[in-house]
Design a protein around this ligand. Sequence first.
Ligand code: MLZ
Length: 462
Amino acid sequence: VGQDASAGFDWGSYLEKHGSLAAPVSCFHHAPLCVQWEDIEVGLQVEVLNTHAGLPTKVYWIAAILQLAGYKALLRYEGFEEDDSHDFWCNLGTAEVHPIGWCAVNSKLLVPPQAVHKCKTDWKSYLMKRLVGAFTLPVDFHVKMADSLKYPFRQGVRVEVVDRSLVSRTRRAVVDTVIGGRLRLIYEDAGLGPSGEVLSDFWCHMWSPLVHPINWSSRVGHLIKETDKSVDMSSHPTFHKVFCDSVPRQFKKLRTVYMEGVFFEEGMKLEAIDPLNLGNICVASVRKVLLDGYLMVSIDGVEIGDGSDWFCYHASSHAILPTGYCQSNDIALTLPPGYDQATFTWPKYLEETASVAAPRRLFNTDYTGHGFAPGMKLEAVDLMEPRLVCVATVQRSVGRLLLLHFDGWEAEFDQWVDCQSPDIYPVGWCEFTGYQLQPPIGPEPLDEPNQNKKAMSKKRRR
Ligand code: MLZ
């Protein structure tokens, strides 16, 4: 994962140019430092590397947080007072920022920036006055940060993950890379190209519902592709590592669902986010009930017929919704071909298809609120190309669900995600974890209507 594509992109100036807010770190339950971030606020004072000292040694100076945007903070050195011309954005996850007092404890020098040096003579008493009653970063900020970047996966761990070439089955894969909790997985029989490159890989977060421990498929009754032993991967460095099978405790624990009594049954109708077209919530059917609360679901009217487009959702997933959900939330339900928005009703459809709606109480309605609001910026995975973490905006917020728009891309790329999806991250997450960020495409911002044509309109490859 290189850095080049995002080289010219700067979140700070992008947000300022658009007058946008970033979703706060505390909205992202799985994000590093989510809990600690509740104590990070505008007005905090920090000791930060002074890049304006004009000295050959590393020196520091005090600065105040003026604004927060995800992991990024707009800082102003003490002494500039009302002068905003030297304000700078820095990433609190990567910059050399420390709590007040750190320099004293670590024998580092506090030196004011050259430009303000001249104006004051008695720095000591000036600072004393400024720092009375000041708040600063928690002392254990860096310890917590280091802890939050430890993950229970490493190269060589085997998993079962959805087969990107056939979404109804899983396939065994080996962890190749771990960045910020995201896993690059190489299918065990991916094959290697002429220069040793992997022919098929998959990226997902370690808490993604698409990745499972070894033996999961046979345990719940999910189809798995048998590894093609004739494919030789041995020349790839990842396959030299000692393999070890992943186990359930390395994964996110799902809510237990009771399958006794009334449960989902084959043929029941529901509304579901289309796994291959995440901007659509569609008329769907339960195709098969697996063990442990897992279901195979298909989108009505577009099935291939051989089950290869069935998709596994857990009964507690927020991607499956009771019939009527779209209507009551003013979302355009995607209908089977041949049906018309003006005349479609669920009762009529159920009658025509001689089926029943899945009972409402089987759906997970847990919702305690979230801090996302339309217009907020974030970094989000393009789940159709899950290697890509892109600049995105919350377009709509409906209960737990967020409709994400990828800046600069057409609406056909929009995706519905749950507010606790592990695939959405605060502004600055890529920079913090060392992942490559995909900047908005083309001549941004696209605020002039006639420029919209320039947005990419390529069709999906899968
Ligand atoms: N090759 C793909 C890239 C799409 C990436 C969009 N991310 C929001 C295409 O052009 O379809």
